[in-house]
Design a protein around this ligand. Structure first.
Ligand SMILES: Nc1ncnc2c1ncn2[C@@H]1O[C@H](COP(=O)(O)OP(=O)(O)OP(=O)(O)O)[C@@H](O)[C@H]1O
Ligand SMILES: [Mg+2]
Length: 489
């Protein structure tokens, strides 16, 4: 509502570029009276700078200026902001190049001295179009929301195919494997398979295979009886039993230790579990969904993953393409995220400036949708106007390759004379750097690292950092990961 209202009241924007100040005053006065916000400049360079910072509906552009000419500016506008209207202003002498310019994408041209009636009419047309465009922008946000499939936005053919597959599989599937790079939405797909399936009113339990201590795996998954090992003071049901009749989501299944893989295979084949320390088999009826960002075929070839388990899991495989292979989804994801964060942070953001949008459209996105979401969240926090600009993205786009994902930065300090530093140190170092980068804000640090806040606190404890990092005021930012995390073990 906030967004729609602010857009209705928004005035269209005009930029006038001419080295003749009298023209700036004349056109500016008329445009103001016609309901425009007006910016003026005498230089082509400055015009290009302004255009990359703020979206403009119309540019009135002098063709002949010293330095960067009108044609140069026109070309730049066409690159950065294809929807912006450009009207050239020219004397009779240069009318040929005006025709040329129209060929290059200018909307129209005005000859000097101006026919003021014509100028007014032109402004009116642009104003009507700008109003319509803003309505479309709101609709695009609405559309992005309506395109949501169980919380996922994906308009391009690749994601539509995934949605179709999930819809077809959900009613029937017993085991499924979801693969894809980090941040591509594997967990969302796992939840969609559960939600759209016949067991949606039963439990969906997640176990993160990389977070469980190896020696506790068996007891976590299958349970134990009292006295089965030191510390087993009581009987305990494992996750398979707890999730009975529902869905068990084995996240990061590629991290499962080999001995546990063997036991998991047996459970899947026999449909029963034995608690650690007991010989009594218990029947279980669990839908098992596994996910990994590793290439399990490679893991099998390297002897780290059992071939038979791999074939058992991938009877049905859903593969999520990386974001860079479905760039057509980026504008819709941006629209959905901007709307979401704008509402959450009580702002009236409408969208991105053309420069910012282009920056995001071209980025590599190693951390995929999660990273895009993080970048937009941060920009929405920083942004003060109606549009997220390049400046709001600057910090996070520089860290593009660090945020979120697999290819870790490898500072020289990670490699010493006696070989690589131990993983635990690299991890600790990375956590510290991330905290420094966000000035100690743990909620934001956790998001950048792509883990929930609770998991992040566990990491701080593990590295003995929990006493060193003071709480910051922002730590209480709402954390969307929390709801999911409550269900985690
Ligand atoms: N298509 C999408 N539309 C909207 N949000 C998405 C989409 N895909 C992913 N996200 C968001 O991106 C973030 C990461 O998604 P998710 O946790 O499902 O990724 P993942 O593939 O499980 O990553 P990882 O391998 O790191 O665990 C979440 O905040 C999720 O809501
Ligand atoms: Mg995941």
């Amino acid at each position: 509502m906030l967004i729609a209202d602010s857009m209705k009241t928004q005035r269209p924007r005009l930029l006038v570029v001419d080295d003749d100040r009298a023209i700036l005053t004349l056109t500016g006065t008329i445009a103001l009276a016609e309901g425009f916000d007006v910016a003026t400049t005498v230089s082509g360079e400055d015009a290009m700078r302004q255009l990359s910072q703020r979206p403009v509906d119309l540019v009135l552009l002098d063709l002949r200026m010293p330095g960067v000419t009108g044609l140069d500016v026109l070309r730049a506008i066409r690159e950065v902001s294809p929807r912006c209207k450009v009207v050239l202003m020219t004397g009779y002498a240069t009318i040929d190049s005006a025709v040329e310019a129209v060929k290059l994408g200018a909307t129209d041209y005005l000859t000097k001295p101006f026919d003021l009636q014509r100028l007014r009419k032109l402004l009116m047309v642009v104003r009507t179009e700008a109003d319509q465009r803003r309505t479309v922008l709101t609709l695009e946000g609405d559309l992005a929301q309506h395109l949501e499939f169980c919380g996922m936005v994906g308009r391009g053919p690749a994601m539509q195919e995934v949605f179709g597959l999930v819809r077809r599989l959900a009613p029937h599937v017993r085991t499924a494997l979801i693969t894809g790079e980090t941040g591509t939405g594997k967990e969302l797909v796992a939840r969609a398979l559960h939600t759209l399936g016949p067991r949606s009113n039963k439990r969906f339990l997640t176990v993160n295979c990389s977070a469980v201590v190896e020696t506790l795996f068996e007891s976590e998954l299958f349970g134990h009886v009292r006295g089965a090992f030191t510390g087993a003071t009581d009987h305990k049901a494992g996750l398979f039993e707890t999730a009975d009749a529902g869905t068990l989501f084995l996240d990061e299944v590629g991290e499962l230790p080999l001995p546990v893989q063997a036991k998991l295979l047996r459970v899947l084949e026999e449909g029963e579990v034995q608690r650690v320390g007991s010989l009594e088999p218990r029947k279980i009826d669990v839908r098992l969904i596994a996910a990994t960002n590793r290439d399990l075929r490679e893991e099998v070839a390297a002897g780290r993953f059992r071939n038979d388990l791999y074939y058992r899991l991938n009877i049905v495989e859903v593969t999520l393409p990386p974001l860079r292979k479905r760039r057509e989804d980026i504008p819709y994801l941006i629209a959905a995220f901007v709307r979401n964060f704008s509402q959450r942070f009580g702002k009236s953001l409408v969208g991105l400036t053309p420069g910012a949008e282009r920056l995001l459209a071209d980025a590599h996105w190693d951390g995929n949708v999660r990273q895009l979401r993080n970048v937009i969240e941060r920009a929405c926090i920083l942004s003060e106007g109606e549009f997220v600009g390049e400046a709001d993205l600057a910090g996070s786009m520089q860290e593009q390759r660090q945020v979120g994902s697999a290819p870790m930065p490898s500072p020289a300090s990670y490699f010493r004379a006696d070989g690589p530093a131990p993983l635990i140190e690299v991890e600790r170092d990375h956590i510290l750097r991330t905290l420094q980068q966000v000035r100690g804000n743990k909620a934001v640090a956790a998001r950048l690292l792509g883990i929930s806040r609770r998991a992040f606190y566990r990491q701080l404890e593990r590295h003995g950092l929990h006493h060193r990092i003071p709480m910051s005021a922002h730590d209480e930012l709402p954390d969307t990961a929390d709801a999911a995390e409550l269900e985690r073990v």
